[in-house]
Every structure is written in C-alpha cells, then in structure tokens.
Design a protein around this ligand. Structure first.
Ligand code: HMG
Ligand code: MG
Length: 316
C-alpha cells in the first residue's frame, strides 16, 4: 500500500484496460433493508455516489410497492436525482413498471428474469416463460423509444430451493433475453454460491452459444466471500461490466440466503492495484458508504470501507 492509502499499482497482462462499474447500492442494497430509508437520504446517497465518480447508478425499482415496500417511493425519488450527469437505470418488471418509469423520463430500464422456476415464482409470481412473456412487450416498447434495456438473470449459479443450476438452463434464458432485444445482460449470483471455475465455465458456454463477454455484466453477491475472486475470473475472460454495491449493501427480499453484493470499494481497490482506472475517487466513495452505514445504524460489511474509514473522522 502507498502512503496515500491506495494500493501499489502492479498490472497484469490478461485483463481489460477499462472496466465499467454498474453501481447497485441504491437499489439492490436498499431494497433489502428492514427499515425504510427516507427518500431524501436515498437521493443524497445517489448524489454522493455520482460525486465519487460512479457513472452508472441504479436508482430504484418500479415494482409493486407491496412486493418491495423499501422502494415504494420511486416516483418521489427519481425526480430528485434525474438531473445528475450519470446513467440512472431503474428496474421494471412489466408494462405497468415501464409506464411509471417512462412517465418520469427514465432512459435506461432493466427487466429481471430467473434461470430457475422457484425464484421466478418467488420473485415475479410467474413461471420462467411467463416472466419472459411479461418482459417481451416491455423490451419491445423500450427499444422502440430508444431506451436502453438491461436484462438481469438471477440464480445463474445456484438456487436456494433447487440447488445447483445446470449451465444450459442459464444459457437458454440468456438467449431469450437477447433475442427479445436486451442491450446487455447481467449474470446474477443471487445467493453468492459461485466459485471462479464455475464462472469461467458459464462464460465459456455462453460464448459457445454466441453470447460474447462484451454483452455481459457480472453481478456477484458475497455470501461466501467469493465475489471478488469471481469478478477477477470474469475479467480474465473479457467481461468489462461489473455490478457492485457501495459499502457491500444488498440482498434480495425473495431469496432469503442472499447477502450483500460485491462492495464497490473492494472492487475499486483491486482494479486500482491492477492499474485499471475507473475514474472513481475511493476516498469519497468510502466516506459515502461510512455515512450511509451511520444512517442504517450498522457498520459496512466492506473490508475496504472498514480499513479506510475512521469512525472519529467519519463524514456526517
Ligand atoms: P403480481 O401480484 O402477479 O401482479 O406481481 P399482477 O400482475 O397480478 O398485478 C396485481 C396488481 O399489481 C394490479 O393492481 C397491478 O396494476 C399492480 P390491481 O389491478 O389489482 O389494483 N401492479 C403494479 N403496481 C405498481 N407497479 C408495478 C405493478 N405491476 C403490477 N410495476 C409483479 C407481479 C411483477 C408486479 C411482482 O411480482 C413484483 O413487483 N415483483 C418485484 C420483485 C422484486 O422487485 N424483487 C427484487 C428485484 S430482483 C433482484 O434483486 C435480483 C437482482 O439483483 C439480480 C440478482 O442478484 O440475481 C436483479
Ligand atoms: Mg442482486
């Protein structure tokens, strides 16, 4: 480590030169909090993330408010952050969600499918194919309006009800989402059970099926401490979009074994050491997560946030 609190830069030759971080703390992080965070605090969180240099910040979800009460303020929150000079994707499960997002001027939306029947039922009250049918008009209408569409795919590595998820099952739904018109996919390890060999095997199978790493993002939850190792494995296969959550907030209310996402700070620390610049001010990001941890009343699970923040000097 250098004296300015950053890792020494020692690049390797097998990695991309640029990585785009898709920040999900305000959505994946806050959707799982027991206490509902006030809208103004969420807006400040998003603003601070933008000031720290994040350029894609998932802001909220236009889902049914009874299903995710923590994000029921999407209509109030979105206008508070809409003017920030960053991309602000939002989750939309169906046409109702798309209508709500478009009415506020959203230009990036994400649908969220499941590789398993159990999670499709738990999260969307649909079978896998019924959920795909629900997304079809959403994607078609969004694309007709030139709105960017991300397709999430959950349970790509394991499922709490079904156990190991066969790779061909994941490939099938990825193809369906791309055929529908999604611009990019995000491979979700919703309950954090992936290990690097599994990541390499899935990426190879997708590549073989005509789905290259250039259209893929990876979305690791850190339940077993594997998120960063899995990310490195994905980068070595050519993936350049990585989802992460400031301070390691996260989880999924409809998958009880899901814990926090890969912490953005831990990712930025590793990328910095590898000489991959993300344009992110790590000090500001750590201060933001320490501030949010204070609001949530518990320490950040991110190792980097804990290593670099000092409680007595924590920004309020
Ligand atoms: P449903 O109960 O089947 O809904 O839920 P429905 O289609 O039968 O409609 C019932 C009522 O809900 C109707 O109202 C609709 O208008 C209303 P009524 O006519 O009875 O008065 N409704 C809505 N209201 C507001 N906004 C909407 C909306 N849609 C319907 N968008 C539904 C189906 C998809 C709505 C529900 O299951 C839902 O909202 N699910 C969202 C679950 C969720 O957000 N989960 C977390 C995100 S996914 C995740 O975290 C994983 C990820 O991080 C990747 C990873 O880690 O794997 C992305
Ligand atoms: Mg997630």
């Amino acid at each position: 480590m250098t004296v300015d609190g950053l890792p020494m830069v020692v690049p390797t030759t097998d990695l991309p030169t640029r990585v785009r971080i898709h920040e999900v703390g305000a959505r994946d992080g806050l959707q799982n909090e027991k206490a509902t965070v006030p809208t103004e605090v969420k807006a400040e969180f998003v603003r601070r993330l933008a000031e720290a240099g994040l350029t894609t910040i998932e802001a909220t979800s236009f889902v049914h408010p009874k299903w995710v009460p923590q994000l029921a303020d999407a209509e109030q929150l979105y206008p508070l952050v809409a003017d920030l000079p960053v991309a602000l994707p939002v989750l939309v499960p169906n046409e109702r969600g798309l209508d709500r997002a478009l009415a506020l001027g959203a230009r990036r939306v994400a649908v969220f499918a499941s590789a398993t029947e159990s999670f499709a039922k738990a999260n969307l009250n649909r079978t896998v194919d019924e959920a795909l049918a629900m997304f079809d008009p959403v994607v078609a209408r969004a694309k007709a309006d030139d709105v960017h569409v991300r397709g999430y795919l959950s349970m790509c590595f394991g499922d709490p009800w079904e156990g190991a998820v066969p790779i061909p099952q994941v490939v099938r739904v990825c193809k369906a989402l791309l055929d529908m018109g999604c611009d990019e996919l995000s491979l979700g390890d919703t309950i954090g059970v992936a290990t690097p060999g599994h990541v390499v095997a899935l990426l190879a199978a997708l590549d073989e099926a005509g789905i290259p790493p250039s259209v893929l993002g990876v979305h690791f939850h850190d339940t077993y401490g594997q998120a960063l190792a899995n990310t490195l494995a994905a980068l070595q296969q050519g993936v350049t979009t990585v989802d992460a959550s400031a301070g390691g907030l996260g989880g999924c209310p409809y998958a009880k074994s899901a814990t926090g996402n890969l912490a953005t700070e831990d990712l930025v620390w590793m990328l910095r050491g590898l000489g991959i610049d993300t344009g992110i001010d790590l000090g500001r990001l750590v201060a933001t997560s320490a501030w949010m941890a204070n609001r949530l009343g518990r320490p950040s699970p991110s190792r980097t946030v804990r290593a670099l923040s000092h409680e007595d000097t924590e920004e309020q």
